[in-house]
Design a protein around this ligand. Structure first.
Ligand code: ATP
Ligand code: MG
Length: 451
């Protein structure tokens, strides 16, 4: 993409409405524009990152054997009346009536809809196990939408639902989700720690929230610092193996890590004092086994091998796709702007021409642009007639992890400059070597082309 032809409405001033750094940088970098409280338009740069995150979530869900589909944003109230949640959900639910006076709602979540799909089409254990998911906009009329996309009213969420014959099978699905979530967050360059959460009115031990540590997080968290040493890495996993998935769950959840809702002071005090941490975190996902709550309410039964009918065991599992943009920025920025991890960066590298209009510099940039594109990468070429300082400031703000700087002086010696946004370090390389290095860096981070 050439910046002269792109739409990147960067703001010079700090917007006064933004209280936290991610919100401030998303506005300044021209990623989002508020349309109403907690509702945003996604401008091209924001949309690009949103799609990259979405792609990672899809790839990891499909890798785990979960099946993508799409349910609507607007739902009829009937199913919610059947489950009893139409009255229970309260003011967070946006209720609408259509021209015929039928009660409708903008879905805050999809347990009812998916259970209805299941009961209409599945009746036998032979069709199980089954996990269906979608990534779709949700609406919750939050009392205090704030912090930009972190607590919106309209937000983008992956929600998946497992259907299993027995509790044991459903717990394997739970573990599979835990593993796939660990992989997803790591690909985004994030550490999200599974913490024991509150099962709410249904109770039970089977729910974990995934938290990214950040001072601006809304949850208070208590943990053994040893959990921050755990990484999933690129180990191979067989998602059908009950033992392997259970092993990962044990490895990642046996150390103390809880939110304030489930915090237990006595247990926490058993952690060696020097490893006890009290901090704040951003919830970027949650997994939940809730048994037969919805299948009983909606009559979703399956026939077992013994011929008997019983309600299917279910769980639901969410990732806050749009919130993740804010969480990643909270975890990765400096005072100049965002620092995107390679896995989600909107463009793979920036290309800065120090002397636009200089025949040699222009030609070198064109050939770098072509070489990067031919290698399957997307550069953002700042081809505007602007001062170098302004170009650098824009690149630093929008946070591309790598930048190639091209100027007449370097070209005389046959070199361009390759700079890491994260470390600030630069090296001089031939144009070919710079392309080669960027290609190698991204060999491990293929997220496909953006939009
Ligand atoms: P919270 O406690 O932050 O209100 P929740 O527990 O009600 O969230 P879930 O129903 O678990 O949310 O939804 C799954 C994921 O969707 C959450 O882990 C979070 O990342 C994201 N999410 C929930 N509410 C919002 C919101 N208002 N804006 C943006 N993302 C959200
Ligand atoms: Mg939650």
């Amino acid at each position: 993409m050439r910046l002269s032809r792109y739409f990147l409405p960067v703001l010079k001033e700090n917007p006064s409405e933004a209280q936290i750094v991610s919100h401030r940088y998303m506005l300044r970098a021209g990623m989002i524009k508020q349309s109403a409280a907690g509702i945003y338009s996604w401008l091209p740069l924001g949309f690009k990152v949103l799609k990259k995150i979405e792609t990672i979530v899809h790839e990891e869900q499909m890798r785990a054997g979960h099946i993508p589909m799409l349910m609507p944003t607007l739902q009829s109230a009937d199913l919610w009346k059947e489950s009893g949640r139409y009255d229970d959900y309260g003011q967070e639910m946006l209720r609408i009536s259509d021209r015929h006076g039928r009660d409708m709602l903008y879905g805050p979540t999809n347990e009812e809809l998916i259970t209805d799909i299941f009961r209409s089409h599945v009746g036998s254990y032979k069709d199980l196990p089954l996990t269906l998911y979608h990534i779709q906009w949700k609406f919750r009329d939050e009392i205090r939408p704030r912090f930009g996309v972190m607590r919106g009213r309209e937000f983008y969420m992956k929600d998946g639902y497992n259907f299993d014959l027995t509790k044991e099978d459903a717990l394997h699905a739970y573990n599979r989700h835990l593993v796939s979530y660990l992989r997803s967050y790591e690909r985004m360059g994030l550490q999200a720690i599974p913490m024991r959460a509150d099962g709410g009115p249904i109770g039970g031990d089977y729910t974990h929230e995934f938290l990214v540590l950040a001072d601006t997080g809304e949850s208070e968290v208590f943990y053994d610092s040893a959990v921050t040493d755990l990484t999933f890495g690129d180990r191979a996993i067989d998602y059908d193996s009950v033992e392997q998935c259970q092993g990962v769950l044990e490895e990642f959840t046996s150390k103390y890590a809880r939110t304030d809702e489930t915090h237990d002071e006595a247990l926490f005090n058993e952690v060696p004092e020097e490893r006890r941490r009290v901090a704040r975190g951003i919830e970027v996902g949650q997994i939940f086994y809730f048994g037969t709550k919805y299948s009983e309410a909606l009559g979703a039964n399956v026939q077992g091998p013994d011929g008997k009918q019983s309600p299917v065991h279910m769980g639901s599992h969410g990732i806050g796709v749009s919130r993740l943009l804010g969480a990643i920025i909270e975890a990765s920025h400096d005072d100049k702007g965002i620092i995107w991890p390679e896995g989600v960066t909107p463009f793979h590298c920036g290309l800065v021409n120090l002397k636009q209009g200089d025949a040699e510099a222009d030609a070198a940039c064109e050939s770098l642009y072509e070489a990067l594109t031919a290698a399957g990468l997307e550069p953002l070429y700042d081809d505007r007639k602007e001062r170098a300082g302004g170009k650098f400031a824009t690149m630093d703000l929008i946070g591309l992890p790598w930048r190639i700087t091209v100027g007449p002086r370097g070209l005389k010696n046959g070199v361009v400059e390759l700079t890491s946004r994260r470390s600030g370090e630069s090296e001089e390389l031939s144009p070919e070597a710079a392309v080669q290095k960027i290609v190698e860096i991204y060999a491990n981070h293929q997220t496909g082309r953006g939009f």
